[in-house]
Design a protein around this ligand. Structure first.
Ligand SMILES: Nc1nc2c(c(=O)[nH]1)N[C@H]1C(S)=C(S)[C@@H](COP(=O)(O)OP(=O)(O)OC[C@H]3O[C@@H](n4cnc5c(=O)[nH]c(N)nc54)[C@H](O)[C@@H]3O)O[C@H]1N2
Ligand SMILES: Nc1nc2c(c(=O)[nH]1)N[C@H]1C(S)=C(S)[C@@H](COP(=O)(O)OP(=O)(O)OC[C@H]3O[C@@H](n4cnc5c(=O)[nH]c(N)nc54)[C@H](O)[C@@H]3O)O[C@H]1N2
Ligand SMILES: [Mo]
Length: 829
């Protein structure tokens, strides 16, 4: 293993190969600020990654009250010491000079600094007015997948039982609502079936619309290490871009975007036709197989080839690999969740596992992935469109049980309809029924579809907007009150990754200026609003992270996401622990459904399910007749064409997504020099044949136009599937010359200027991955190249023309095989 590596040029570092069923070797990655010696670090404070859903455990190095670096935690089950580029370098953004340090309120049209009392009184004053005049339905909360469990739980209690509003959702709606919905549709309840450890045991790993190499780079390191060890797995990759995953796959299928259901139905067809199904598992643990078999009867590879534009033979090869796998691990992410027929497609991947009996054994697992670091907690705490603890809003006994936990009357908790989803909340704000929107930890003025519409909604005079953030983001600039928040490293709390591993992240340094932890802000609001329980006592009785965690444990008791066996002490010093963790499973639970399905019984399930085509909510009677014994549900779905098809005016398909070096709207990664330099500005990807057809070359300034709007960026010619354009969605306006939304002088560069206001009917997740678009040149390259990395899916198809992405000396990070050994008991604050 090399001692140190340029982790911009070599994002995945050195290989530590291992064989099937062996433990993944440790490699401890460390990055310290220039001039800081590891031995001089005064404290190592335990934390976990906040820039993706992997849950990579790390320690923050502290000197003289400042963060000076990070180091992976060797003994953690998730990363065995490794860190990805975003985590090695991203923490530097915390100390940016442009952090918000004081609250701001709008006076005479301008945001001006004020003290906390003034800002909070403005918010409570408006809240009381609205409650009196218009009732709780006039207030909405739009939160995130990036706060901590303790914060979401507090927000859920104050919104649902304090205000009594049904309008509380997270940006998890844009992110993992399809994951949650697909799990509910198949298993009756949210909760990740599989475990990252399945990577060690699988002989086939199938990735559906998941660019794991860039978006969860540490688990990709694990796959790379297996590929170089004994008895390596075969990879199946379904992605229209030439990702690193695609490059290493045994079979790469690059379908037309929006056709996942057709492709999956053909795969299911082949597996059923060749009888590679586990009849015993189907009989014992599922309902609905016959319906699926008849639905996919005519979905031959030839049929799907015409729809997906993938050779039928290739579909056959993929089906052969999936059908003969001894232990199959599948992962699913935004290429499914944000694409057309999102839930219907995600459910077909569950079906693949159910009919093959590939569940609940080492190596045989499903990972309906999360994206954001704490998205799982948004869902389980009920800060999105669910009730806390995966309780069923349609089941009166679940609502009554929650009311008991909160000591309120059941009627206090809105459950007349499903909790309002984010896209609908913005619609209500547009129509004027929502008059106050409190946005925490998300930047919708860059991340929601059709930005001109979002800007106009947030700018309305009648809508009172509160934004709680670290920076004066594009969204904060439109607010009436801006609250400066403390963030990761500056506050304590827990969060849960995509494979149910709970980590504690401790406070390492003080927040800047008057910035406060989100928990303190929510508690302050609840206290000022004087929310009461049914006996007149305070509704919220906790004061700090640990007491909030204890309160959440009571709410989670007996629920699928049972935290009662966890404490802050147990989470300090060792590895993260997977829920459920309780008296029966004191060390946590590696895999769900090891012994059949146990969360789908009609009295227990989180949801009675929805129609996969219309999204219509089913009633308990329908559910009982379909699934009286609480088995897994095999739900079939027919393919439907995407809503927006290319035509003469908009001849291309357009998809959007991520690059390795940036996180979302770049408020953190854009302020970390190594990461920013690796991908400093937006670009547009097109295939060689399409570029040639239009006479375009690498580096040309081009414009991508859809019926909603346009973006400009330089062209990168890649091996993306012909007919498809890709634009990364990271680039907003804060670091442009204007620093705000585009006007005459600032050309638009946010991908969401072009995306459509449309969502999956079942999960309500917006369709960021499918649109029709036109492409034209604005300016010749004139010596410029696209500011896109060469190490990733955006690698140029002709490498001679473009300089390779490197980080240089400032991006050198140490790697060691054993550095972690002696910090077993360190890393406590
Ligand atoms: N570096 C980095 N890592 C991140 C994040 C980040 O911003 N940057 N964000 C985190 C978050 S919140 C999330 S949600 C995850 C997202 O992680 P991913 O889902 O892996 O990332 P995306 O780039 O959004 O989309 C994945 C792939 O979907 C493919 N795709 C597009 N349309 C289709 C389609 O119709 N069918 C199929 N099969 N594939 C399609 C695209 O080509 C793309 O490669 O990443 C997390 N990790
Ligand atoms: N076109 C297109 N659009 C997309 C996607 C796509 O693939 N394509 N992906 C979607 C997905 S999956 C996601 S998850 C969203 C992400 O979209 P956003 O959530 O809007 O993106 P972020 O930049 O992560 O915004 C998080 C904000 O929270 C702030 N923040 C960070 N930490 C804290 C904290 O501790 N407290 C508080 N109060 N604030 C904090 C940051 O400064 C930042 O402004 O984008 C979605 N939009
Ligand atoms: Mo996400």
């Amino acid at each position: 293993m090399d001692a140190s590596v340029d982790r911009i040029a070599r994002p995945w570092g050195s290989r530590t190969p291992y064989g099937r069923h062996e433990p993944w070797p440790t490699r401890v990655d460390t990055f310290l600020e220039e001039g800081v010696d590891q031995r001089a670090v005064q404290r190592w404070v335990q934390a976990a990654s906040i820039l993706h859903s992997d849950g990579d455990a790390m320690d923050i190095a502290v000197m003289d009250g400042r963060m000076v670096g990070v180091r992976g935690r060797a003994l953690d089950r998730v990363n065995h010491g490794r860190l990805g580029p975003k985590d090695l370098f991203g923490w530097q953004a915390n100390a940016s000079a442009d952090r918000l340090t004081r609250p701001l309120v709008r006076r005479d049209g301008r945001l001006v600094e004020c003290d906390w009392d003034t800002a909070m009184e403005r918010i409570t004053g408006r809240s009381r007015e609205l409650l009196d005049e218009r009732g709780p339905g006039s207030i909405g909360f739009y939160t995130t997948g990036q706060l901590y469990l303790e914060e979401y739980y507090t927000l859920a209690v104050l919104a649902r039982a304090g205000i009594g509003t049904n309008h509380l959702d997270g940006n998890t709606r844009l992110c993992t609502s399809t994951a949650a919905e697909a799990l509910k549709e198949s298993f009756g309840c949210d909760g990740q079936p599989g475990s990252y450890d399945d990577i060690d045991h699988a002989d086939v790993i199938a990735l559906f619309g998941h660019n794991i190499a860039e978006t969860q780079p540490v688990q990709w390191m694990r796959i790379l290490d297996r590929l170089e060890g004994a008895d390596p797995p075969r990879l199946v990759c379904v992605d229209p871009r030439p990702t690193q995953v695609a490059r290493r796959a045994a079979v790469h299928l690059a379908p037309r975007v929006g056709t996942n259901v057709a492709l999956l139905n053909a795969l299911l067809h082949e597996i059923i036709r060749t009888d590679r199904v586990d009849h015993h598992y189907i009989e014992a643990h599922t309902v609905g197989f016959d319906e699926l078999a008849s639905r996919v009867k005519d979905c031959t590879p030839d049929w799907a080839a015409g729809i997906c534009d993938v050779p039928a033979a290739r579909i056959g090869e993929a089906a052969e690999i999936l059908g003969t796998a001894d232990r199959l691990l599948s992962t699913v992410l935004q290429g499914v969740y944000q694409s057309h027929q999102a839930t219907a497609a995600a459910v077909q991947i569950n079906n693949l596992h159910l009919i093959r009996g590939m569940l609940g054994r080492p190596g045989a697992g499903i990972l309906q992935m999360n994206g954001q670091p704490t998205a799982q907690n948004t869902r389980e705490c009920g800060a999105n469109g669910d009730l806390p603890g995966f309780r069923n809003w349609q089941n009166d006994s679940h609502v009554a049980d929650l009311a008991k936990v909160w000591n309120v009357e059941p009627e206090t908790i809105p459950h007349y309809a499903p909790p309002t989803h984010a896209m609908q909340m913005f619609r209500y704000a547009e129509q004027g029924s929502i008059r106050m929107l409190w946005i925490s930890g998300t930047n919708p003025a860059v991340s929601l579809p059709e930005l001109s519409r979002i800007r106009s909604i947030l700018s309305q005079e009648r809508l009172f907007v509160v934004v709680q953030d670290l920076f004066l983001t594009e969204t904060a600039q439109l607010a009436d009150v801006v609250l400066p928040a403390a963030t990761w490293g500056e506050k304590t709390g827990t969060f849960t990754n995509a494979d149910r591993t709970v980590h504690l992240s401790d406070k390492a340094v003080d927040p800047p200026g008057e910035a406060r932890p989100d928990l303190d802000i929510f508690l302050d609001y609840a206290a000022r609003m004087d929310f009461r329980d049914k006996d007149g006592g305070p509704l919220i009785t906790w004061r700090d992270p640990q007491s909030a965690f204890e309160a959440w444990k009571r709410c989670s008791a007996g629920r699928p996401c049972d935290y009662t066996g966890l404490t802050y002490d147990r989470l300090r010093g060792g590895t993260g622990i997977q829920w459920p963790c309780n008296a029966e499973a004191p060390d946590g639970t590696g895999r769900l459904y090891t012994d059949g399905i146990d969360r789908a019984h009609p009295d227990v399930c989180e949801s009675y399910g929805k129609d996969l085509v219309t999204g219509a909510t089913q009633e308990v009677v329908e559910y009982r007749s379909l699934n009286p014994d609480g088995k897994a549900m095999i739900k079939a779905a027919g393919y439907l064409p995407p809503h927006e098809a290319p035509d003469d005016e908009y001849p291309f398909q357009l998809t959007t997504g991520r690059t390795l070096y940036h996180f979302h709207t770049r408020t953190k990664t854009g302020r970390a020099p190594q990461l920013n330099a690796a991908a400093p500005d937006v670009w547009v990807e097109a295939a060689g044949s399409d570029a040639a057809g239009l006479g375009l070359k690498e580096g040309d300034l081009v414009e991508v136009t859809t019926p909603r709007g346009a973006v400009r960026g330089r062209l990168r010619v890649t091996d993306i599937r012909p007919g498809l354009l890709f634009v990364p969605f990271h680039y907003g306006y804060w670091d442009t010359k204007a620093g705000h939304a585009p006007d005459g002088d600032t050309p638009a560069r946010a991908a969401n200027e072009t995306t459509v206001t449309d969502w999956d009917p079942v999960s309500k997740q917006p369709l960021f991955k499918t649109a029709a678009a036109a492409l034209r040149r604005v300016e010749h390259a004139d010596g410029n190249t696209a500011p896109a990395p060469t190490t990733t899916a955006s690698a140029p198809n002709r490498t001679d023309a473009v300089p390779a992405t490197t980080g240089g000396p400032s991006a050198l990070a140490a790697q060691s095989a054993d550095a972690g050994r002696d910090h077993r008991k360190e890393g406590t604050a």
